[in-house]
Design a binder for this molecule. Structure first.
Ligand code: ADP
Ligand code: MG
Length: 411
């Protein structure tokens, strides 16, 4: 699960990670009032969406199509303003908030359609001497949490890794010993820090590690981590993702969920206990079992086409779940054909067939549908499909099914 920057900062603050004062706002007046409470002379108004690259992003309603296309590629655009704005009075805070709320921000990470800004974060302006990158994530190959840092703050770590991999410094945290001060100092020296900044940085990383463990996070990214003119260390941006399987013990984090930011299909799938992940292709897949779903996606790719989703209806799905799965697949406008590939073990083929027929009758069928059933009651299932008189192409083997659906979408 992902959260907004202001929410990640609320979490990090509890663990003692140093931050600028800041408050979220959903109206321009709230933003101005927040600035007055925060005090000072400089504020930054930041669009809150579940995507990074906001500073370089541009608003769909405010600039030309060419500028939006460039913003979606993460390029610097002269036209218009981004999603992170520097202001010098609370009136200006109000005006900049008004200019962003309700508008659609396109960044390198949102895709061309962009995301609607429903909240802004008003934060005290920071005296930036240096911008660094710092993240924490699980290194599965070492079974340890890894802290990763680079002096190229503001840049995406993927770009740094590609252009200058030596600039990325890493330390691994022993789960028994915890994050040790010497590791923080090593990282600080590797990054060229000196004086009291070294100890500020060491404390910062230690606090981040406590937050990582304490919230069952899977990733924390601070980009940029800033060294201020006074030598302090501050998290100026914060991105956190949490382990979905551990959310049951973090009610406060679950409350931060913003359903506007989630794919509607994935949300509905969650309600029906279906594992659904939207992908970029055009062949919708309905499969039972994650392994079979993976091999179905593989064979579609092998035949030269792309799956539109991963969907595992599970081993014991009923008719209603099958119908829900079908609705979710067909509501994705990118889907030009559907492949149902089910092995009836615990779940019987006739139940699947009934579910598919019910769903097709309910939502209609605008695209080709290939159904391959195998297993318990397969003959009854096939018979039901044939008797339904619906435009369903039956297939006996996975190979045949994949050929049929790829041909049907013209791929
Ligand atoms: P994004 O990564 O989505 O573009 P950031 O939060 O990293 O958003 O902000 C982009 C840039 O804006 C930062 O690299 C920093 O230079 C500047 N910035 C962000 N917050 C502040 C702040 N509170 N004070 C001063 N500058 C800021
Ligand atoms: Mg950032």
């Amino acid at each position: 699960m992902k959260v907004h920057e202001f929410q990640a900062k609320q979490v990090l603050r509890k663990y003692g990670v140093p931050l600028q004062a800041g408050e979220p706002a959903t109206t321009p007046d709230e933003a101005a009032a927040a600035a007055d409470r925060i005090g000072g002379a400089v504020w930054v108004v930041k669009a809150q969406i579940h995507a990074g690259g906001r500073g370089l992003g541009r608003f769909k309603e405010q600039v030309s199509e060419a500028a939006i296309a460039a913003a979606a590629r993460g390029e610097r655009v002269d036209e218009g303003k981004g999603g992170v704005r520097l202001t010098r009075s609370s009136d200006e805070v109000r005006a900049q908030a008004a200019d962003m709320l309700g508008q659609t921000l396109v960044t390198k990470q949102t895709g061309a359609e962009g995301k609607t800004v429903r909240t802004v974060f008003v934060e005290a302006g920071c005296d930036i001497a240096k911008e660094l990158y710092l993240s924490m994530l699980l290194d599965r190959s070492k079974n340890q949490v890894m802290a990763m840092a680079s002096t190229a703050g503001g840049m995406s770590i993927e770009d740094v890794a590609a252009e200058n991999p030596d600039a990325i410094k890493k330390v691994w945290v022993d789960p028994v010993v915890g994050f040790a001060a010497y590791q923080g100092r090593k990282l600080a020296f590797d990054l060229g820090m000196s004086g009291k900044t070294v100890s500020h940085f060491t404390k910062f990383v230690a606090a981040l590690y406590r937050a990582y463990l304490g919230t069952d996070a899977t990733m924390i990214e601070i980009n940029p981590l800033v060294i201020t003119g006074a030598g302090d260390v501050v998290a100026l941006d914060a991105k956190m993702t949490f382990d979905d399987s551990a959310l049951f013990r973090h009610k406060d984090i679950v409350e931060m969920r913003d359903e506007h930011e989630e794919d509607p299909g994935e949300l509905e799938a969650g309600e029906w206990d279906l594992s659904y992940v939207k992908l970029d292709g055009n062949i919708g897949c309905m499969v039972n079992g994650a392994g079979l779903a993976m091999s179905t996606m593989d064979i579609i790719k092998l035949k030269g086409a792309e799956p539109a989703n991963f969907l595992d209806v599970g081993g014991g799905a009923g008719k209603e779940q099958v119908a829900a799965a079908f609705r979710i697949i067909t509501s994705d406008p990118a889907v030009q054909g559907i492949l149902v590939n089910i092995f009836g073990g615990i779940m019987k083929c006739d139940v699947i067939a009934e579910g598919v027929i019910a769903a097709v009758k309910e939502v209609g069928l605008q695209v080709p549908l290939v159904v391959r059933l195998e297993g318990t009651n397969v003959e009854i299932g096939k018979q039901l499909l044939a008797e339904s008189k619906l435009a369903i192409t039956p297939a006996s083997t996975l190979d045949e099914a994949a050929d049929a659906i790829v041909a049907a979408v013209g791929g």
